[in-house]
Ligand binder design. Structure first.
Ligand code: T46
Length: 299
């Protein structure tokens, strides 16, 4: 029997649909996901799947220990879950709704729309040993050891200080796994992304002419990705300005701490996906340009 995630009482819950914050303003909408707050685990890895041709099915497998949270950042697709006893189908088509997938859950992604982008946050680094590819083996295991201990995001050493200039802000070509069923880009903490991702947020429904940002951060560093469409980022370290164009989900702009940034020239359907090194903290923002210059000059 299928459960649509709408809270039906006659079937046990398989996975869970979670609603994310949605902040609406004139410059577009913004949603965010903080580890251990909006999702019940620490983020060890983020990946996204895109350019999926119609009719393709992705990811029919289970994980022994890994937890996941899955969001349709753009477009739509279905997440089909099976815990060995019950099934649930979660149609995703809004970027402020996502599905939490516990370990030992068989999960399949299907019914992808044109221009869909699937974001997955995972509790573990990539580990081929954690996959269960055979459904019958999964059924047998889910009867025996369905409650395996969870592995949380790894503890990692403190980061080295970064040069706080626009020359420290670079565009990186991200790894891309390409096959017939689309593209996948995965970033493990401290491997492909040079910090621990504690929060992911994204801006969408951005009207033409909108300018976002217009502030700097004291501590936060982040990776910015054009998950849909394109936009420009104007970087300013108080001495030098640099304009960067983003237009592909397999490229990221690394913004180091202490940089004034403005996001502008958003194309139609643009989605700005950000992997952030810190949880949201308004005290980390410098929202006034004169204060920013004073901060850079140590005043
Ligand atoms: C950045 C650029 C690229 C939260 O409550 N949690 C969050 O995680 C975020 C990102 C924002 N908010 C609240 C704070 C404001 O009340 O959402 C509202 C809009 O945020 P803000 O005006 O900062 O949005 P942007 O697009 O100008 O800036 C954002 C990030 O805040 C910033 O760190 O670098 O995107």
């Amino acid at each position: 029997m299928w459960n649509t995630g709408e809270g039906r009482q006659d079937v046990p819950e398989v996975g869970r649909m979670l609603r994310l914050p949605k902040i609406i303003d004139d410059r577009g909408n913004l949603s965010f996901i903080e580890e251990s707050l909006h999702i019940p685990f620490k983020i060890a890895r983020a990946y996204w799947i895109y350019d999926v041709p119609g009719g393709e099915v992705r990811g029919s497998h289970a994980f022994r220990r890994q937890e996941e949270f899955i969001v349709a950042i753009s477009g739509s697709f279905d997440v089909v879950l099976d815990n060995g006893g019950s099934q649930a189908r979660y149609p995703l088509n809004r970027s402020y709704m996502g599905v939490y997938v516990p370990p030992m859950t068989w999960r399949t992604l299907e019914n992808f729309s044109t221009n869909s982008l699937c974001l997955v946050l995972s509790s573990m680094p990539y580990d081929p040993e954690d996959y269960i590819w055979d459904y019958e083996a999964f059924r047998r295991m889910s009867r025996v050891d369905g409650n395996m201990p969870l592995q949380r995001g790894a503890d990692v050493p403190a980061s080295v200080p970064l040069p706080s200039t626009v020359y420290g802000c670079n565009i990186f070509e991200l790894p891309k796994v390409h096959n017939r069923s689309g593209n996948l880009t995965a970033l493990n903490n401290r491997v492909e992304v040079p910090f621990d991702v504690k929060r992911v947020y994204y801006t969408y429904d951005i009207p033409s002419g909108a300018v976002r940002g217009g502030h700097a951060h004291r501590k936060l560093q982040q990776y910015l990705v054009a998950a849909g469409g394109s936009f420009d980022v104007l970087l300013d370290d108080g001495n030098t300005k640099k304009l960067v164009h983003l237009d592909r989900p397999d490229h990221a702009l690394h913004i180091v701490p202490g940089i004034w940034r403005e996001l502008l020239n958003f194309s139609s359907c643009a989605v700005c996906l950000v992997l952030a090194s810190e949880k949201y903290d308004e005290a980390d923002y410098i929202r006034n340009y004169d204060d920013f210059i004073a901060y850079k000059q140590g005043r």
